[in-house]
Design a protein around this ligand. Sequence first.
Ligand code: G3P
Ligand code: CA
Length: 275
Amino acid sequence: MTHVRQHPTQVVAHRGASEDAPEHTLAAYVKAIEDGADALECDVRLTADGHLVCVHDRRVNRTSNGRGAVSALELADLAALDFGSWRGREDSEESPDRDPDGDPSTSSVLTLERLLELVTDTNASGRPLELAIETKHPTRWAGQVEERLLHLLKRFGLDTPEEPARSPVRVMSFSARSLHRVYAVAPTLPAVHLMQFASPRHREGRLPQGVRIAGPSIRIVRNHPAYVARMQRAGHRVHVWTVNNPADVELCVRLGVDAIITNRPRAVLDQLGRP
Ligand code: G3P
Ligand code: CA
């Protein structure tokens, strides 16, 4: 799969176009592509029978009509649930609100395999598209998440890009250990170290071994204006999450961040003057 980055500030659809469609559903990702997003973001978790599925929370309670931990359910159990007509509240594992406009036809649990097919097909059609995959709860599974992820990426020929800067796929994690596991097997696969609060190491522009992209929260960028320049001076790129309001978009552009991760890709593209 060839890929050429086209724009200085990449716009990444966080859990798909998740302001307009239920997060992590196929509908949310198709909408993000239609909206013009440069890249998609997803979280991955392991099911009880070893499949990687795109679900943010440990449990399915918030984003489906079922209950229980993803890790305790098999893919067939998850496939029987409705992830679309229930719309979750951002960053909450509380009970969901009913969304009367939910579309049941695109509401199944999304496997990472299906999402990779979508990304591969979209690139093959000539429309460049990247995918940022976040490993969730990697420490609990002692390497199984990374092992499955690399196995799947290998099947798609995406695990060892010869030119990392042109890789359509990157791996993200809050866990340096998770990124190290990936690096040990696939050293050329781009990796993003996510950070909610600024660590001294990050503020000095230092990232874990093999990691070339910092993933600070917008809160870090607001509170530490020198952060972006310091990282970039150290040779790293900076991908900021989750940037949803216009003032934060403006700040990111002013500071020259490399990617804006947002629930509202169309609104951000409009603000950037992008088609
Ligand atoms: O893109 C990074 C961001 O998604 C990390 O936070 O909780 O939304 O997965 P979270
Ligand atoms: Ca995420």
